[in-house]
Structure formats: C-alpha cells, structure tokens
Design a protein around this ligand. Structure first.
Ligand code: ARG
Length: 474
C-alpha cells in the first residue's frame, strides 16, 4: 500500500517537537532558504546530478512555494520542526517524489548556515539605510550650526568652547564607524557554506562555487567543518549592533541632560516625548530615554549568543539553533532605535540664549589664556600656573582680570573673551573653529556619498534572493 501521507516517515519528529522546533524564528528565513535551494538545484543540474526536466520541476515547485510564502498563503506546520522541512514537504506535495531529489548532497546544517548569511546581508542593508538616514540628519543639522557656540565638557564639567556643529559631528563619526563595521561584517560573511553537507562534504561531484556565484557571494567555504559551525558573522553583527546601541545611548543621554531644566540647552518639544500622567507641568524626554534604555537588551543579545557559542565542539551542534532569537531581537530593536533617533535629531530645538550664555562663561577660556602666554614665550607650565592664580583669585577670570595678563586694553579683552572669537581661535586641525568644521563637513559629506554607494551595491546583492525566487519558470 503506497503511503497516502505526503509527509515521508523520516520527517515525523518526536513528540517534543515544541521544544526542538525552530519555526517561530526560522520562518523569517523562508525566502532565503528557497533562493539557496534554487541555486542548489542549478548546481545539481550543471554537474549532472539532476536532469533538465527534474531541475525544471524542482525550480517551478520552489518558485510556487515562494509565491505562497510572499502572499502569506503558505500553511506552516509546526510539527515539521523548521522552515527547511516545511518547504521541502510542501515541494513534494506539489511536484511528487522528484521533490526528494532536492536534498541531494545537502544537509540542514549547511542549509541553515547559508540562509543565515543571506539574512545577515539583508538585515545589514536595512540597518545600513536607517543608519545612513541618521548620519545624514546629523550632517544636515551640523551644517546650520557651525557658529553656534556651546560649552564642551570633560567629566561633565564645563571645559572648553565648541560649536553645536562640532558636537553633532562627533556623534556623526561614531555612527559612521558603526556603518563601516556593519559593511565589513557583511564583506567577511560573503562566503557560501553550501556543499559542506552535514560536516564533511559529499561523495558526489558537487561544485560549491556555482552556488556561491549564483547567490552573489564572493567565494565558497574552505573547510566543510568550519562552514557548518561558523557563526562569527552573527557574533560580529551583534557586537556591531551593541556598540551602535551604546553610541545611540550616549547621544540619548546627552539629549536627556541638555533638555533638563538644569542645562536648558534644548527645548522640551513634544517630539522629545510625552507628559506625565500625574505631574501637569512635566514633559519628559521619553524617546531619548528609551534609546538609552534599549541598549541593555542589545548587549544582552550579544552576550546570549557568545554564551551559546562558547565551548561547543565542532562541527554542527543543535545549540546553534539558539542563534536566531538574539539576532532577530537585536536587529528589530536597533531598527527602532535608529528610526526614533533620526526623528529626534531632526527635531532638536536649540535654546540659543541659554546655550550662548553658558558658552560665554569666561572660565572656558582658561586654556586659551595660557596658550596666549605661550605665544609670548612663557613655558606652558608657568602659563598654566599664572592663569590658575587669576582663576582662583577673588576677581576670577573676567575681561578686566584677563586684560593685564594679555597686555590688552579692556575693550579688546572683552572681544577676546567673546564666544565667537573663542571659537575662531580653536583652529587646529580637527578643531571646532568654523573653518575647520567646514573642512570636517566636507569630509563627512564625501563619507556619506561613499556609504551610499556601498549600500546600493549591497542592495544589488540582496536582490539576488528575490531575483532567484521570482524568476518565473523558464
Ligand atoms: N533548525 C536548525 C538550526 O537552526 C537547522 C539545522 C538542523 N540540523 C540538524 N541536524 N538538526 O540550526
């Protein structure tokens, strides 16, 4: 009696399928899995392991499943444990026993490793675009603020004058490095693991480079055991996202501080957050606080993955299935953070008077004063001491007390102490003087252009998945 059930007995899993199953997390990889299968079918046909008719039937079936998945019509069966088995069982339902040829020279071990690398590429492309929007917003805001002075801090104490542009650009460079790191993570991950089989390749005459080419990877694996067990790319992604979240958190913290009554540098506009349900006067910087707060989760995701990876023997171990949840959580969390932060940056409203008053604090000019003495030939240590003595004296650092030290008349001393002139003076390379910031902005703009370019080339590689699954049966 032929078995009426389309589910081959080898697919029927133990009753603990709820524990073993991964469908909840790996369903998201369905299209990547189908693209990998389509590339695999092409390879099997090229090396003579499938006839043309078999390859056509398999590809047609896989593409039909792609349509079902994209339309939300695919009926997922949790008892089939994972995305791979769900798709393969459906394939056999659609095209009959020839469906059983798909898994020739392949294991779910190399299959999942491939799916994950394709997924990584897509996630980084999405995250990269959001990050690009954030850095673009920072540059746009900075462009208009090169002459807006503000105090710069060390130890959260007023230290030396900077401009709002210089402050915003400091955040820009951090995030730009984050983008660079994400792109480098993808570059390192552009290795196709398909053909590694369960762990030791195959006795059949397969050609892994055909699959690699078809999926837009730069090469195929070097070592089959490494190929099925390597999750470095996810660990790197989670580190990249953790550091990005740490950077976002630091900016969030500054917004919280600067929007406080104590600082008053930023307006507590409605875009910053909500009111209090109890205290009628309150407007809280919730958005910045949550940007700061979400970081804990993302760092937790990194630690979760590293802990899973620690000490598992080569090659594939089922522990590796636990890699998906932290990655998916971190990716969606950081996507949300980036979106919120871009909107926040664009909506920041500077309280110019408050900020100008703070930047006009003559204490900020103590170093300038010492350096003015250095110009007159005084050794820096001695200059430091003379300025410290004035600062500590009853009169403190004021245009009148500074004038004799510099040999300036009082009027000239007042201009010398003005925040605009103070900013102009800080003209060493990479400094906050408006001319230097203009150079910095030019560098930042060309960086944006380069990143845009890298992301669009990544976008073309991401499209390989859709191109493969949507190519109508030829
Ligand atoms: N669900 C598994 C994972 O995510 C796929 C590979 C399973 N391999 C196996 N031999 N059970 O890692």
């Amino acid at each position: 009696m032929p078995d009426a059930s389309p589910v081959p007995p080898s697919y029927v899993r133990s009753p603990s399928v709820a524990f073993l199953g991964s469908l909840a997390v790996d369903r998201a990889l369905a299209l990547h899995d189908l693209a990998g299968s389509l590339a695999h079918v092409e390879m099997l046909a090229r090396v003579g392991l499938l006839s043309d008719e078999e390859a056509t039937a398999l590809s047609g079936g896989l593409r039909q499943i792609g349509t079902e998945v994209e339309a939300g019509r695919f009926s997922w069966r949790p008892e089939l444990e994972d995305v791979h088995t769900n798709l393969e069982v459906r394939l056999t339902e659609l095209i009959g026993p020839v469906g059983g040829k798909l898994h020739t020279a392949r294991s779910r071990n190399d299959q999942i490793a491939l799916d994950e690398r394709l997924y990584l590429r897509e996630c980084v492309h999405r995250l990269g675009q959001r990050l690009l929007a954030l850095v673009t917003a920072l540059v746009a805001r900075a462009e208009a603020e090169t002459r807006q002075p503000m105090p710069g801090f060390t130890h959260l104490q007023r230290a030396q004058p900077v401009s709002v542009a210089h402050w915003l650009l400091a955040h820009f460079w951090r995030f730009d490095r984050d983008l660079d790191r994400l792109l480098a993570t993808v570059d390192r991950a552009e290795v196709s693991p398909l053909g590694a089989g369960a762990l030791a390749g195959s006795t059949l005459p397969i050609e892994p480079t055909i699959v690699a080419d078809r999926l837009g990877f730069s090469r195929a694996f070097e070592n089959s055991m490494d190929a099925v067990s390597d999750r470095d790319f996810f660990a790197e992604l989670l580190f990249d996202l953790s550091l990005l979240a740490v950077h976002a958190s630091a900016l969030g913290e500054e917004v919280v501080l600067f929007a406080s009554t104590e600082f008053g540098y930023l307006e507590r506009s409605p875009a910053l957050g909500t009111g209090s349900s109890l205290m009628p006067q309150k407007r809280n910087p919730d958005v910045a606080e949550l940007v700061r707060g979400k970081t804990g989760r993302v760092v937790g995701d990194l630690v979760a993955l590293l802990t899973t990876l620690k000490g598992i023997p080569l090659s594939y171990d089922r522990d590796l299935q636990e890699d998906k949840a932290p990655v998916q959580d971190a990716v969606s969390t950081v996507e949300g953070v980036l979106e919120a932060l871009s909107a926040l940056v664009s909506s920041l409203t500077i309280q110019r008077d408050r900020m100008l008053r703070a930047a006009s604090d003559t204490e900020l000019l103590a170093t300038d004063l010492a350096e003015a003495l250095v110009r007159q030939g005084v050794p820096f240590r001695a200059a430091h001491e003379s300025v410290a003595a004035v600062a500590r004296s009853k009169g403190g650092l004021r245009p009148e007390t500074i004038a004799p030290l510099l040999g300036l008349d009082p009027d000239r001393s007042t201009t010398w102490c003005g925040p605009a002139e103070a900013l102009e003076r800080r003209s060493s390379p990479g400094g906050p003087a408006p001319d230097r910031v203009a150079q910095q902005l030019a560098g930042a703009r060309s960086r944006l252009e380069a990143r845009r370019h890298s992301l669009s080339s990544l976008g073309r590689r991401v499209e390989r998945v859709q191109e493969l699954t949507r190519e109508r049966a030829k």
